[in-house]
Design a protein around this ligand. Structure first.
Ligand SMILES: NC(=O)c1ccc[n+]([C@@H]2O[C@H](COP(=O)([O-])OP(=O)(O)OC[C@H]3O[C@@H](n4cnc5c(N)ncnc54)[C@H](OP(=O)(O)O)[C@@H]3O)[C@@H](O)[C@H]2O)c1
Length: 220
């Protein structure tokens, strides 16, 4: 039987390209918050109206799967706000914490009993969540939320290890998407290709460690 995969946040950007690539090897269920004609056009099962901050909408997707049947769960959804000291908007920081940090934990919590032993969980984080790598400041909510995600993902790796579920903590590179205003070193398709290579080699050895999509280890 074809391996199963759920991608949360696949309506555009890197998630859309991951859905495209993984549909060649997996039975993909891809979710988007808003309608995405590009995602609908793919050979995937597409569920719209899935908000990572809404546990019920995530639960409806999980309910499509039998217990212990899911092979791969990827959380892509994320938001970036350019917070600047002197004009910090608390609500923007809270949204980034909810989507980027709590969101992936919520997803794994909801899907936990759907994952089979030996499955893989992948979260898309950012090197902007690295304190050692922060040489330019700013981006308060984004950096805080991705650092918090990294912390949570290490706990997920510990908590899921007895089920031999590996947790990949991956930075996708600097990618030309809406999030970066189209700037970056990599196209979304090139980033997805690197990410799929990391996902296919992911095992308990790399679980809970922080990697660039190009395979380099990153500092916390
Ligand atoms: N691009 C980069 O250089 C870069 C670098 C490091 C890390 N990342 C991370 O990679 C991931 C993908 O980024 P991207 O560049 O592809 O960004 P993007 O093109 O801006 O896409 C963001 C995706 O997240 C979804 N999303 C946002 N809020 C959501 C919510 N509340 N519930 C469900 N989905 C939500 C969006 O859905 P809608 O279409 O409904 O808004 C969209 O599909 C993010 O986690 C980002 O932080 C990106």
């Amino acid at each position: 039987m074809e391996a199963s995969c759920v991608i949360v946040g696949a309506g555009r950007g890197i998630g859309l390209e991951l859905a495209k690539l993984l549909s060649q090897t997996h039975a993909v269920t891809a979710t988007s918050r808003r309608p995405s004609p590009a995602l609908t056009a793919l050979d995937v099962s597409h569920v719209t109206g899935v908000d990572i901050c809404d546990r019920a909408s995530l639960g409806a997707v999980a309910a499509r799967f039998d217990s212990a049947s899911l092979d791969l769960l990827i959380v892509v959804a994320g938001v970036l706000h350019r917070d600047t000291l002197g004009s910090i908007d608390d609500s923007q920081i809270q949204v980034q914490l909810d989507v980027n940090a709590l969101g992936p934990v919520r997803v794994v919590d909801v899907f936990s009993d759907r994952l089979r032993d030996g499955a893989k969980v992948v979260v898309l984080t950012s090197r902007m969540g690295s304190m050692a790598d922060n040489s330019s400041g700013g981006y308060y909510g984004y950096r805080m939320s991705k650092a918090a995600l990294n912390a949570a993902a290490v706990s997920l790796a510990h908590d899921l290890s007895h089920r031999k579920i590996a947790v990949g903590i991956l930075h996708p590179g600097y990618v030309q998407t809406d999030m970066t205003g189209g700037n970056g070193d990599l196209s979304p398709a090139a980033s997805a290709q690197l990410l799929v290579a990391r996902i296919s080699e992911l095992s308990l050895v790399q679980s809970g460690k922080f990697f660039h999509a190009n395979g380099e280890g990153l500092p916390w």
